[in-house]
Design a protein around this ligand. Structure first.
Ligand code: PEP
Ligand code: MN
Length: 375
């Protein structure tokens, strides 16, 4: 059960103390308080865990400071979409809104290599009206002998270039909790010219200690990738670790499943799960066509498979696209074969725009149909 308190509730007030005192004395029930600082107000929610079935919803709603009561199912308590649950499902970061109705493209380098390549990428993004990117500094690699990313050494330059070219958010994978501190320090050192969305990669989906530590900070939102060899339910529960520790600004990414049934694609594209994740949770859903398809295969119609699956994801309501580009893919140190060229960026973006337009037409159609049915 979630008690949603009146906005900007005064934590020092007698009413709040009375409420907490009452909850402290409920037998067999623990409570956990979450604060969400929005642009205009601070929301406070109290999660009750334990034998809540016996509690009367009306009585709980009558307690001091309580505005609303939501009964939640067992799964995905914080991130889940529950019955009669009209809690807001957006978050804002660095002036950009993320929700199940928005769409943002994060095109960029799989891995930071040369500063010239970073600058060429950022410049192309700005020329194409883009304000988000992806840049990998810490790369989890299959072989310990492969390039592991430049790590913290490249961060100041990447952040400064992002600021120079008007980039507001960089999606950047972290594989260890110390990376969050390194990113934070480099941002401070360079005067916070940009923002960072911390990416949890598919190999770390169930690294619960990493999830708990990333979940304990609320400075940076999180891009959480589903595990490539576990069920959707297991991945959603893993994402919930972030939220249970306090960070609910989470975007859930689909990036394909590992199986040789996907051949010749690198992974089996799983974008059919977009509406499923939206139905089960309130998280915005990201798609990663690069790591799903994993190559520059082209159809006889002139469109690359990566563009086809992107369009399929967008037309099904995806909210974010994480996609690899590189100015000189032959020189890329990681995943060059799946990178698109800078000259292909306007082509890609226009294709996304067409698919998004079609999605919006489809939701308008659904709204008309449902209104007629109800009439
Ligand atoms: C990546 O986005 O660079 C990456 C390594 O993706 P994944 O964790 O999905 O393999
Ligand atoms: Mn990659």
């Amino acid at each position: 059960m979630i008690l949603i308190l009146t906005p900007d509730v005064d934590l020092a007030s007698d009413e709040y103390r009375q409420l907490i005192n009452y909850l402290d004395n409920l037998p067999g029930i623990q409570h956990r308080v979450h604060h969400v600082q929005g642009a205009e107000q601070r929301l406070t929610e109290v999660y009750l865990i334990g034998g809540t079935a016996a509690l009367s919803r009306d009585y709980m709603a009558s307690l001091p400071c309580v505005e609303r009561v939501v009964r939640i199912s067992e799964s995905y308590r914080v991130l889940g979409r529950h019955k009669d649950d009209d809690r807001p499902s957006h978050f804002d970061y660095n002036g950009i809104r993320f929700g199940q109705d928005t769409l943002h493209v994060f095109a960029g380098l799989c891995a930071v290599d040369l500063p010239e390549h970073v600058e060429m990428m950022m410049r192309a993004l700005q020329e194409n009206g883009q304000i988000c990117t992806r840049m990998g500094a810490y790369k989890p690699r299959t072989s310990p002998y492969s390039f592991q990313g430049h790590g913290k050494a490249c961060l100041p330059n990447v952040f400064e270039l992002a600021g120079k070219y008007g980039i507001k958010i960089i999606a950047m994978e972290v594989t260890h909790e110390s990376h969050v501190d390194e990113i934070h320090e480099a941002l401070e050192q360079t005067g916070n010219p940009t923002g960072v969305m911390l990416q949890i990669g598919t190999r770390n989906t169930q690294n619960f200690e990493l999830l708990k530590s990333v979940g304990r900070q609320q400075t940076y939102p999180v891009l959480f990738k589903r595990g490539f060899g576990i069920t959707l339910d297991e991945s959603l529960n893993a994402a919930e670790y972030l939220a249970s520790e306090g960070n609910r600004n989470v975007v859930f990414a689909l990036r394909g499943m590992k199986t040789n049934m996907a051949d010749p694609h690198r992974n089996f594209v799983d974008f059919a799960h977009i509406p499923v994740v939206k139905r089960l949770t309130r998280m915005p859903v990201c798609i990663d066509p690069s790591h799903s398809v994993g190559g520059r295969f082209q159809g006889p119609d002139g469109l690359m498979d990566m563009m086809h699956v992107t369009a399929q994801g967008v037309i099904a309501g995806a909210n974010m696209i994480l996609v690899d580009f590189h100015p000189v893919p032959d020189k890329a140190l990681v995943d060059g074969p799946q990178a698109m060229l800078l000259s292909e960026l306007p082509f890609f973006l226009e294709d996304v725009r067409i698919a998004r337009e079609a999605y919006l037409q489809r939701t308008a159609l659904a709204a008309r149909f449902l209104a007629e049915e109800a009439a």
